[in-house]
Ligand binder design. Structure first.
Ligand SMILES: NC(=O)c1ccc[n+]([C@@H]2O[C@H](COP(=O)([O-])OP(=O)(O)OC[C@H]3O[C@@H](n4cnc5c(N)ncnc54)[C@H](OP(=O)(O)O)[C@@H]3O)[C@@H](O)[C@H]2O)c1
Length: 435
């Protein structure tokens, strides 16, 4: 049997029904189905045996060579008898969604259309949601087989959109209906009790800027501490350790690549929605930050100014709001890494200091708002001065208006900067979920 590299399990079974990666030996049966059902498929002309052989030898065989193929096709069986084939097609690995495709032998359609469609959907949902943790799967069906829509709706799919007058063949056009199911909907549906029992029981930590400096040290210690079942990094890059965890497919690490200066309305946060369905406890550490622009007001670089407010103010506010909304079933702890610069103005650090002051106030407001709620806690932690790239950037910024530059150079020379690991340890000792 051929295996898809991305799947840990390649065969999915239920009550005598089974899907397994598409078999070469089914190619002529598939050709026959497709040619008999041309009227509803997006295929302009009948397939020949040569074309089918070429397709299997090139496109299909390649699906098993690549890490993330654009489709995952399966042969479908009832008690070992080939019934049809289908799978997830037009896969979008970034947004984690895919279209469902399925056809069965033509002679079975009249009597067993609903039965086989429903079973196939249950099996393909196991692939999409339980293995791949996709956010959404959908069907794209011409309004030519209305009984398909009834099956989809009875299987808990929602009509998402109707596209009017879509051309399909011989200059004809008809409406297309798109039905979908989201991961959330899948988990909520009562039929999948066994899967639901595995949800809402994990302890999850989310860290921004976990690839270097203080964030990396926090990540390393939380990962080794083993209190948390999963650590999620919302960062632009990964550290060496994290890259190894990704290549080993370690389930305790999840990397959501994100540039926090472009977070607004980003689809990426939707990844947290999926994670929230597993969470019993969630810790969010707002760590990422930028010191720039440094200099006098009136001489600041506009782009740096905007980026600073996006990274230090906008992104964390959006994430905190989203965490509160999305992880509403979990116990939540927010730790905001603040700075002495949030408490008093330092010449040349107007934007950094103000942005840190904003988020300190935002975190305090959340803490006050939830004062009587044992399920939500929010604290500000000032780590003190740390020997990270941010301090290097400060030392490299001998700029008019930054009058304390020499003091920061002296901090390094006098050995007064803490190692990031020491600062991280002090922060971890404050995490009440762990205590
Ligand atoms: N160092 C100190 O003395 C000190 C003192 C008090 C408070 N703090 C605070 O401690 C926190 C961590 O700072 P650090 O000293 O560890 O600094 P750092 O070594 O410069 O690390 C900053 C982190 O923020 C990330 N980041 C910056 N811009 C980003 C963006 N647009 N998108 C995604 N991630 C972004 C960086 O990722 P990239 O690698 O992708 O840039 C990096 O992971 C900050 O909130 C800082 O204000 C530091």
């Amino acid at each position: 049997m051929r295996k898809y590299k991305i799947l840990k399990t390649n065969v999915f079974e239920k009550n005598g029904f089974r899907i397994e990666p598409i078999r070469d030996e089914d190619k002529y049966a598939i050709l026959q189905i497709r040619n008999e059902q041309l009227y509803h498929l997006r295929q302009t002309e009948p397939l020949t045996r040569e074309k089918q052989e070429h397709y299997f030898a090139t496109v299909v065989s390649n699906l098993f060579e690549v890490e993330r193929p654009d489709q995952l096709l399966f042969s479908f069986f009832e008690n070992n008898e080939f019934i049809g084939y289908g799978g997830l097609v037009h896969i979008n690995w970034i947004d984690k969604n895919a279209e469902i495709s399925f056809v069965m032998k033509t002679e079975l359609e009249k009597e067993y259309f609903a039965k086989y469609w429903s079973v196939f959907l249950q099996l393909i949902e196991k692939v999409a949601f339980e293995q791949l943790k996709f956010h959404r799967i959908f069907t794209y069906a011409f309004d030519l087989r209305p009984h398909l829509y009834n099956v989809l709706e009875s299987c808990n799919y929602q009509l998402e959109k109707v596209l009017k007058n879509v051309p399909f063949a011989n200059n004809k056009s008809t409406n297309v209906k798109i039905h979908s199911k989201t991961f959330k909907r899948y988990c909520m549906q009562s039929k999948f009790k066994d899967y639901e029992m595995n949800t809402f029981n994990k302890k999850i930590a989310i860290i921004t800027g976990a690839n270097k400096g203080l964030g990396e040290a926090l990540f390393n210690q939380l990962f080794n501490n083993e209190y948390f079942d999963k650590i999620v990094s919302l960062s632009r890059r990964v550290s060496k350790v994290q890259a190894d965890l990704i290549s080993n497919d370690d389930p305790r690490f999840e990397f959501i690549p994100v540039d926090l200066s472009m977070l607004n309305n980003s689809e990426l946060l939707k990844n947290l929605e999926t994670i929230s369905l597993e969470a019993k406890e969630v810790l969010y550490i707002n760590n990422a930050g930028t010191i720039f622009p440094i200099g006098k007001i009136g001489e600041l670089n506009d782009n740096e100014l905007v980026e600073s407010l996006q990274v230090n103010v906008l992104a964390p506010s959006i994430i905190i709001n989203y965490v509160l909304k999305t992880f509403c079933k979990a116990k939540i702890e927010i730790i905001n890494i603040t700075s002495g610069a949030a408490n008093y103005s330092i010449d040349g650090w107007s934007v950094y200091g103000s942005s840190k002051a904003y988020l300190k106030f935002f975190t305090q407001s959340l803490s006050d708002q939830e004062a009587n709620n044992n399920f939500v806690k929010a604290i500000n932690v000032d780590p003190g001065v740390i020997d990270t790239d941010m301090q290097l950037q400060i030392r490299n910024s001998s700029i008019p208006g930054f009058t304390k530059h020499a003091d920061f150079v002296a901090l390094k020379e006098d050995g007064k900067l803490q190692p990031a690991s020491m600062a991280a340890q002090k922060i971890i000792e404050k995490i009440s979920l762990i205590i």
